[in-house]
Design a protein around this ligand. Structure first.
Ligand code: ACO
Length: 340
């Protein structure tokens, strides 16, 4: 069935906590060096929320900016999707907490849980809902406080992650503008490669689970790295193919910001110039579902994106999951409002 209409992003927002944790700070916590972190990951610093701040607080700040940018009042929202691996609590959904705080009383609200791919998954659901005529205005947020589930004594993970949120408002658009294609995938066999083992129904929280540090991120970095390098070129190619555009026509690739070496390897495998890949991993580290919308926000605010540009957004993460989409950008070039 051919869709009668598509969807496009009409507003963007971002929240990054002010506190910067540098590699030098981490040298004081664990046995690591700035040199190791920079050469292995490209990360120089990350943001961390203060005590008392939760994921919905970052989501709220990003959402308020996105709604103002779109010129859309909160009560016009039909649906709110929050992509997160670090919800305020198991339930109610962080999207419901956000709905209440925004006063978006007409909106349905739910969380999307696909680890770092959650925001792209959420955009696919929002796009499909709009294309089907079930909603006019949808807010999709990627928000994380990974610092809350990071073991700050484990050097193999604590250097990688950070906190932030990115938000987008989607509205209907003619087919051929805005989102052109989506590719979503999962391989559950790789679930154990990155997980937070306890606190759910398999291993409910107990003194023992806390003692065994099972409420922190556990990751096999090397295997996740191999998976990422394998899946990214495939997902990017498929998004371009489904949109009917050659890779050469892409103006910007906006990848998940996990590791600079992963992005370099993807560019090389695709035979695409590295300059076309937007990178901000050096400033924020891996912020999971917030990573792609924050990168998109910054690329746009810095004035890199212009109306008519072709973008491919790409995410991968725990699950294992991946998601990519081709986008015909529909907004005028922003005059750089925030020096990044
Ligand atoms: N400082 C110093 N040494 C370290 C550190 C550190 N912070 N961390 C690990 N090492 C050591 C290891 O102990 C190991 O030592 P050994 O050889 O004596 O055993 C050595 O460095 C090499 O370790 P590797 O794990 O092989 O290092 P690698 O080059 O693979 O880099 C990294 C590790 C950065 C984690 C990389 O594998 C990676 O980026 N993987 C992908 C991770 C990722 O993207 N995860 C998120 C996806 S899902 C989501 O976003 C939620």
């Amino acid at each position: 069935m051919t869709a009668l209409r598509g969807s496009t992003i009409v507003g963007l927002g971002r929240a990054v906590p002010p506190r910067v944790v540098t590699n030098a700070d981490l040298e004081r916590l664990v046995d690591t060096t700035d040199e190791w972190i920079v050469t292995r990951t490209g990360i120089r610093e990350r943001r961390v929320v203060p005590d008392g701040v939760a994921t919905s607080d970052l989501a709220y700040e990003a959402a308020v900016e996105a709604l103002a940018d779109a010129g859309v009042p909160a009560d016009a929202l039909d649906l709110i999707i929050v992509g997160t691996a670090t919800p305020d609590m198991i339930f109610p959904a962080t999207a419901c907490l956000l709905q209440d705080r925004l006063g978006a009383r007409r909106a349905a609200a739910f969380d999307a849980s696909a680890a770092c791919s959650s925001w792209v998954y959420g955009c696919a659901m929002a796009h499909a809902t709009i294309a089907a005529g079930m909603a006019e205005t949808v807010l999709v947020v990627g928000a994380e406080t990974l610092s809350r589930i990071t073991n700050w004594r484990d050097r193999s993970t604590c250097v990688l992650f950070g906190d932030s949120a990115g938000a987008a408002v989607l509205r209907p658009a003619p087919v051929g503008e805005g989102f052109l294609s989506f590719v979503l995938g999962a391989d559950g066999r790789g679930g154990p490669l990155i997980s937070l083992p306890a606190g759910g129904s398999r291993l409910p929280a107990s003194f023992e689970t806390v003692e065994r540090q099972l409420h922190y991120i556990h990751m096999n970095g090397r295997e996740v790295f191999k998976f990422a390098v394998r899946v990214i070129p495939r997902a990017i190619r498929e998004a371009a193919e489904r949109a009917g555009v050659p890779l050469e026509a892409v103006d910007w690739f906006i990848p998940h910001q996990a590791n600079i070496r992963i992005i370099d390897a993807a560019a090389e495998r695709l035979g695409q110039p590295r300059e076309k890949f937007f990178v901000n991993v050096q400033r924020y580290g891996n912020t999971s579902s917030a990573s792609v919308p924050v990168a998109l926000y910054e690329a746009w605010r810095a004035g890199y994106l212009d109306r008519g540009d072709l973008l491919i957004l790409l995410a991968f993460g725990g699950g294992l999951t991946w998601g990519s989409c081709a986008v015909r950008w529909t907004r005028e070039r922003a005059t750089a409002r925030r020096a990044e």
